[in-house]
Unconditional design. Structure first.
Lengths: 217, 217
């Protein structure tokens, strides 16, 4: 279903958000994400939603009628602007090269109308990495995770099994530790791993990750 | 004020979100962000919020009492896991090298307890880039934008002036077009631009971007 996005500006008052969500509920519209933007004095809140049976325009009109609302602008969705996300995490040296490969490949697809973002965080430590892996499934629009490092195992491996059960694809560099065993695909060259990650999620590519499962390159 | 995060699982029903936001409103708690996670059957919604006068535990207890809610878990906030974000956008070749510099530098700070993510999107075209620049201020936790390319101007420059008025720092590579004139700082070497971007937002660094404003390197 088509996702719509609106930016609502309003005088800041208690219960404002509760009043705004009532409009979506009344129209059977599903809010899929919401962000509150820090401003001076006023409140600025962006909503992404899928309309119910009634058109999105009716939701917008009723939002304008909520007490304190000063403006409601229809805006592009994050999916239209930043698109699908690939997350790369691990040691700085490896994350950098995976990012380089993925950015070069995403450039080639985005030119043809795709929208793929490459988001990265250099992180060390079993607990920090396991927490970051688990949190990936709570980030919006993430399609694939690349684990880039020299050794990863233990709690990180458990987290990889968990997020794969939630439908996330995971590519691991060939490295020491048990993470490669838990991943969908294992790749030795970090630049190639980045390129394959993009090809796996691009609608403009013919690479089918599902056919490569458990292969090692 | 301390931000708390909870993951609420509930039976999917109309008006669920409206019922949940009532709990935050009743306790004077401010929701700062919210994400709906795609699941089969159930609804999973994560909230980040700052409590009002009452402790966060009371909000959690009352969320558990909402009709249809099956579990409420306290979880780490995205700020604790992924931290401050630097966004790099523009041509793939330059974005890759800025990312490389920024990831290497962020690695050194994250090891000392910082949390800095480097998020990138290779994009071409005046309209696509201007829209992406404008949308950056709607993304959570973004501290700085790096524009990396060979020529940028027109509507992109207008967008840079707009987001700087909203408090975002902008570093531009030295390039053709009017974007460098609109940026806070202009840097010729993309790897150095990435490093400076990280130093500018890191609490663990001594580099003060405010003292470098309008300098060219």
């Amino acid at each position: 279903m088509a996702v719509h996005a609106v930016l609502v500006t309003a005088l800041d008052r208690p219960g404002l958000l509760h009043g705004l969500t009532r409009v979506f509920a009344d129209h059977g519209a599903n809010i899929t994400s919401l962000e509150i933007h820090p401003t001076q004095g006023d409140s600025a809140i962006s909503f992404e939603f899928t309309p119910g049976a009634e058109p999105a325009g009716e939701v917008v009109a009723d939002l304008r009628a909520v007490e304190g609302v000063t403006s409601v602008l229809e805006i592009p969705t994050f999916a239209n602007i930043y698109g699908k996300r690939i997350i790369v995490m691990g040691g700085g040296a490896q994350v950098g090269f995976v990012a380089m490969g993925a950015i070069s490949e995403a450039d080639r697809h985005n030119i043809r109308g795709e929208r793929i973002s490459i988001d990265t965080i250099p992180l060390v430590g079993e607990q920090a990495l396991a927490a970051a892996v688990r949190a990936v499934v709570r980030l919006p629009r993430v399609k694939l995770l690349v684990l880039a490092g020299s050794i990863m195992g233990g709690e990180i491996t458990t987290a990889v099994w968990e997020v794969r059960k939630n439908g996330l694809f995971v590519i691991s560099l060939n490295m020491a530790g048990s993470v490669p065993e838990a991943a969908d695909l294992v790749v030795s060259d970090p630049v190639q791993a980045g390129g394959m990650a993009v090809m796996a999620v691009a609608g403009t590519a013919k690479f089918d990750l599902m056919r490569q499962l458990k292969r090692k390159y």
